[in-house]
Design a protein around this ligand. Sequence first.
Ligand code: PMP
Length: 440
Amino acid sequence: MNVPVKTNDLEAFWMPFSANRQFKKAPRMFVAADRMHYTTDDGRKVLDGTAGLWCCNAGHNRPKIVEAIRQQAGELDYAPAFQMGHPKVFEFASKLVNVAPPGFNHVFFTNSGSESVETALKMALAYHRVKGNGSKFRLIGRERGYHGVNFGGISVGGIVSNRKMFGTLLTGVDHMRHTHDPARNAFTKGQPEYGAEFADDLERIVALHDASTIAAVIIEPMAGSTGVLMPPKGYLEKIRAICDKHDILLIFDEVITGYGRLGAPFATDYFGVSPDIIVTAKGVTNGVIPMGAVFAKSKIHDVFMTGPEHLIEFFHGYTYSGNPIACAAGIGTLETYKEEGLLTRGAELAPYWEEQLHSLKGLPHVIDIRNMGLIGAIELEPIAGEPTKRAFSCFLDAFEHNLLIRTTGDIIALSPPLIISKSEIDQLFEILRGVLTRAA
Ligand code: PMP
């Protein structure tokens, strides 16, 4: 069928995670972006309060990244990912492991956060199997966890709307509780005081299933998409200790926290708690080219290099793993991060960010505010019987007033590019103050 292509044809494209019918009545389109701003199709400059989808950490249209992509496309566009190599993928891997937290000397490339999650889960299962502990097959996640949209990810994830339509999911999965406890921790700056004991859920799960059946625990050290939930003080340390005690691998999903969001290169650095596998994506290429990167310690990697002959490979990979153009974009991204000190810039801005964010306390319907590095959340009292409506109307109002925010449930999430200036922080909160003051 010969369908004419029109930019205003809103039928052909089935949008992901969008209320398609509603969007098509009032479309919101970006046609360009530069540094901290998007440009809409009606010519407005919109301040990016979310780094795209938590991914454009260096802002938009960054010359090093643009040029790297341009050059690579004209030089080597694609090389088979299996049994063949190309220089850019080795260069990028060695540069990446240099910024990764200590001990993470190996990186496996994917094309998204969801694929990185699947890769990490399979790596954990295969690790135990290669070591001769094939009975360790269970995976433990957390309520409200978000680990992408593939079957492993929605199984270990804990968001009902992402799970309920899709059948039985993976078997052998259990969940700990999430740690969000506004009754005790509302309006905490940084890590909350209360809730380390939520980690004891893991001991209960071990007692129920026996450690000999549990392969890995996956958590977001700071849960982003589900509403920016900070780990209580001592919680991650406890999870780590329980995993160690029972030979359970710990996977940190750092798809959002990776590459500077908390003011340290990774949450692993920020919290000083080291997992066995780190899942990343988004900021690895500044969101510009789809890519994910899974970091593993030598403890994991070396098992595959030295195990029994018939099991030596990790039978896993993607056609586009380590794609040359993605690697070039990644190298340009790392250079930009390094030159501008972006992997730690959040730490410098954090006190100012925190002060401005918490100045919204007391505005109508605001029931909690939380922050860490350059991330923040404002939780609103839901309208009775109409959850999500209040925050979403704030999103629409903010967009009308030239600010891009993100909402999940009745929570407003903020995660601007790490290049934001103090005056742009002021601007962001001035617009948001207006939005919250008007919120019905
Ligand atoms: N894990 C986490 C923690 C995420 O925040 C996301 C995306 N927001 C994903 C996994 C999935 O990433 P992607 O959308 O690139 O598949």
